[in-house]
Design a protein around this ligand. Structure first.
Ligand SMILES: *Cc1c(COP(=O)(O)O)cnc(C)c1O
Ligand code: SF4
Length: 346
């Protein structure tokens, strides 16, 4: 196998349910879940799990609670119908679209918002690229194109290049973005060859996905520094998850440590009301409280926006702590990060 393709070994060499149960004395029953929602974990990510129910276990190992009665729905944002004028393309905001270029991931996250489709399709998943290009060509207002999935970096370098080249040809100065979790789950994927390809079609932004500091390793740092050497800007979209990171210490460590490996925290998503994920959804009030504590205590650069996505395709909205506490004729009263009130003249 050529060096540039060695990452594929990690994709094919998966950890089996038996190995997991043996190592952690877990109940085999939990793997019944994968008849409904796919399960996959590679050796690299598995090696980072320290104990049963730790922040990485909860993200990657099935839980019988996924099959319990759920308040969530499979597709609360209607991505598959009203927002999808062409299959595998989601168009909600005027200027930006999401392309679902792969349905595979290096690890299947239990909290995935596209649980309904990720990991369930065949290799022919993204076979209507020319229809997508036609759609993009006839919509001049689209100038920001997000490659998502699944994980877009689970396809080969050749296919990534084919997609980027096709997009760049018709969208000369648009923003391209790649939304990938591989920096966390398969950092070996970030090869010199891949970075060279991405660099050719710049500006291409990468947004990755980390939810806990335990995901940040020497391998991760090698991957992020390499991408930065090729001038690829890196952001992170984390998900606020019960038992994983729903406390001040976990989030302040995560965001600070991301910044130290040159990844800028972009969004902290409140988990969407997705069927089969109720047990991972924390309290919104708690999220707002932690965000308020973060401001003033860690670098401003490390603080992301805390976002909710409204159902029925309503769009994303940032949830911000309330800082304006009162108003006078010629001033507003503002609370600072220590809870002290100040009058600010108008
Ligand atoms: C989140 C999202 C985007 C990108 O939103 P940004 O706030 O620009 O990152 C685009 N389209 C859809 C459908 C989305 O859900
Ligand atoms: S990497 Fe992203 S798309 Fe894949 S399972 Fe995790 S959240 Fe879903």
């Amino acid at each position: 196998m050529h060096q540039k393709d060695q990452w594929k070994n990690y994709v094919s060499d998966l950890v089996t349910p038996e190995e997991i149960c043996d190592k952690f004395q877990a109940d085999k029953e939990i793997f019944k879940v994968h008849r409904v929602y796919p399960f996959r974990i590679n050796r690299y990510f598995f090696s980072l799990i320290k104990e049963k129910n730790d922040p990485l276990w909860l993200q990657a190992i099935p839980d019988e609670k996924e099959l319990c009665k759920s308040n969530g729905s499979e597709d609360p944002f209607l991505e598959d119908n009203i927002l999808s004028p062409v299959p595998n393309l989601i168009h909600r905001y005027k200027n930006r679209v999401i392309l679902l270029v792969s349905d595979k991931c290096a690890v299947y996250c239990r909290h995935c918002m596209r649980k309904r489709r990720v990991g369930l399709h065949e290799e022919t998943f993204f076979d209507n690229f020319s229809d997508i290009l036609n759609y993009l060509e006839s919509h001049d207002e689209i100038d920001d194109i997000i490659l998502s999935g699944g994980d877009p970096l689970l396809v080969s370098d050749e296919k990534i290049e084919f997609i980027l080249a096709g997009l760049r040809k018709i969208k000369k100065d648009s923003i391209l973005r790649i939304h990938t979790r591989t920096f966390s789950t398969l950092p070996q994927r970030i090869t010199e060859n891949l970075c060279k390809i991405i660099k050719k079609y710049e500006p291409v932004y990468i947004n990755t996905h980390f939810n806990h500091s335990m995901e940040i390793t020497g391998e991760t740092k090698k991957a992020s520094f390499k991408a930065c050497d090729y001038g690829i800007p890196l952001g992170c979209q984390s998900v606020f998850l019960k038992g994983v990171n729903d406390n001040f210490k976990a989030l302040s460590d995560l965001f600070t440590n991301l910044l130290k490996i040159k990844i800028k925290p972009y969004y902290l998503h409140h988990p969407d009301p997705i069927k089969g994920t109720d047990h991972l959804r924390p309290d919104i009030e708690k999220g707002i409280k932690i965000m308020k504590m973060l401001r003033g205590q860690i670098s401003g650069l490390a603080v992301p926006y805390y976002m909710i996505d409204l159902p029925d395709g309503g769009g994303k909205v940032p949830l911000l702590p309330e800082y304006i506490r009162g108003k006078g004729a010629d001033y507003i009263e503002v609370e600072n990060f220590k809870g002290k009130l100040y009058r600010y003249p108008l």
